[in-house]
Ligand binder design. Structure first.
Ligand code: FES
Ligand SMILES: [Fe+2]
Length: 425
């Protein structure tokens, strides 16, 4: 439970809201690379932290993330013509290059001073992990790009899904780091469900959490089916400030590992990017993953990446199926998560909840995010942006270990890395 003030501090990300201002100090996905695959491609509309942007790749292949609004009379540049080294507004023909400079102003020939003053906001870009990332903060504060290990894999060893969610980012994260829901909500369809059920049927795991330099991690500690007296089944999930979760890697190494990123669109919407990557070097079939997760563009999702199954049509919940073995009657992993998250309303009233022992990670995430934003307000170094951070060593895990082995040894994060003491104060 949070106070109304804390809930607002946690969830509001637009305009001057401190959380949004803090988030601008982190690299953020702007769209999928496939959306802007070719030079002179169709521009992509995206909104991040309440700011309307357009992503395009120009004739030379240079990527740009710029203000969506044409500075003339604010028509959308997403409707613009992407050609000959820039984006031309279709309203009166003003044209801008990837740096945001106005390179042609046909309605004002000769007014070069006026033209030169016209500039779109243009943010730095970085392409990695099947996504175009951008940085929307002050140039002087731009951190190292977080090069996670899966970004180093060949493109055919990971899949990326993208879905728009009409809920606040924190609500979506609370679904991602909520270990106890998967035994109910996703019953039977988790990709390593069978293996997990064989390993343990303990539905009330002991939960423990601890802060880390990137955010926090927590363990769900279960009594295993075999050797219940001498072993424990431990699943360690990581939360990286401000909006990334590393889900425990499946026990079977032939199954894909999973990372989730929840980009705040505005206070009441977010964009989910889910990455599924190979643990054993095998090829990952992206089309199959998208089909499995009911996130196929044009089939499950509209042009804006929003689901056709939504709160208006009750997520197509099938009551007959619920009588015949389906726990939820809702098809698809993501739809199940989003049905529950969206059913709470766009910003859940956290003053009205009743949290239990299974909600330790939820409580920790809020506490850590509130700490993060207060550090930002106090001008202290931000969580997870230490320049020495070995992002490629951050990993989640699940293992069965001897009962005396500390859970912190599972998915050990970069044992060799110790943040500088002054960066933690
Ligand atoms: S609104 Fe874009 S050129 Fe006029
Ligand atoms: Fe889930």
């Amino acid at each position: 439970m949070l106070s109304a003030e804390e809930n607002q501090l946690l969830t509001h990300v637009t305009g001057d809201a401190p959380m949004g201002q803090m988030m601008r100090r982190y690299w953020v996905p702007a769209c999928l690379s496939e959306e802007v695959a070719e030079p002179d491609c169709t521009p992509v509309r995206t909104t991040i932290l309440g700011e309307r942007l357009v992503v395009f790749r120009d004739t030379n292949g240079t990527l740009a993330v710029v203000d969506e609004r044409c500075p003339h009379r604010l028509a959308s540049l997403a409707l613009g013509r992407n050609e000959e080294g820039g984006l031309r507004c279709i309203y009166h023909g003003w044209k801008f290059n990837t740096a945001g400079a106005c390179v042609d102003m046909p309605t004002e020939p000769g007014a070069f001073g006026f033209r030169d003053r016209m500039k779109l906001t243009s943010y730095p870009t970085h392409e990695a992990g099947g996504m175009v990332w951008t940085y929307m903060g002050p140039a002087a504060d731009m951190p190292t790009f977080p090069e996670y290990d899966w970004m180093k894999l060949p493109r055919n060893q990971y899949a990326v899904i993208k879905v728009g969610e009409p809920v606040n980012y924190a609500q979506a994260i609370e679904g991602a780091i909520d270990s106890s829901h998967s035994w109910f909500l996703h019953q039977g369809i988790i990709w390593d469900w069978k293996k997990r059920a064989e390993t343990s049927m303990d539905t009330s795991p002991k939960m423990e959490a601890e802060d880390t330099d990137y955010g926090f991690r927590y363990a769900a500690i279960r009594v295993p089916v075999q050797n219940p007296d001498t072993e424990r089944y431990i699943r360690v999930t990581l939360f990286l400030v401000p909006y990334t979760a590393f889900i425990p890697r499946p026990l079977e190494k032939s199954k894909t590992a999973h990372v989730q990123i929840f980009v705040p669109v505005d206070n009441e919407h977010s964009t989910f990017y889910g990455i599924f990557f190979s643990q054993d070097g095998s090829v990952v079939d992206e089309d199959e993953i998208r089909r499995d997760h009911h996130t196929v563009p044009g089939v499950d999702l509209d042009r804006n990446w929003n689901k056709f199954a939504n709160v208006e049509n009750w997520f197509n919940q099938d009551r007959a199926a619920m009588k015949n073995g389906s726990f939820t009657g809702i098809n698809g992993f993501s739809n199940q998560d989003m049905a529950c998250q969206e059913s709470m309303g766009p910003i859940v009233d956290r003053t009205a909840e009743h949290l239990g022992t299974s909600d330790i990670a939820i409580i920790r995430m809020r506490k850590r995010m509130l700490e993060a934003v207060r550090r930002f307000q106090d001008g202290k170094p931000l969580i997870g942006l230490d320049p020495g951070m070995p992002y490629d060593k951050i990993r989640s895990e699940q293992l069965v270990v001897p009962v005396e082995q500390p859970w912190q040894s599972v998915g050990a994060y970069a044992g060799e890395y110790k943040p500088k003491a002054e960066a933690r104060t």
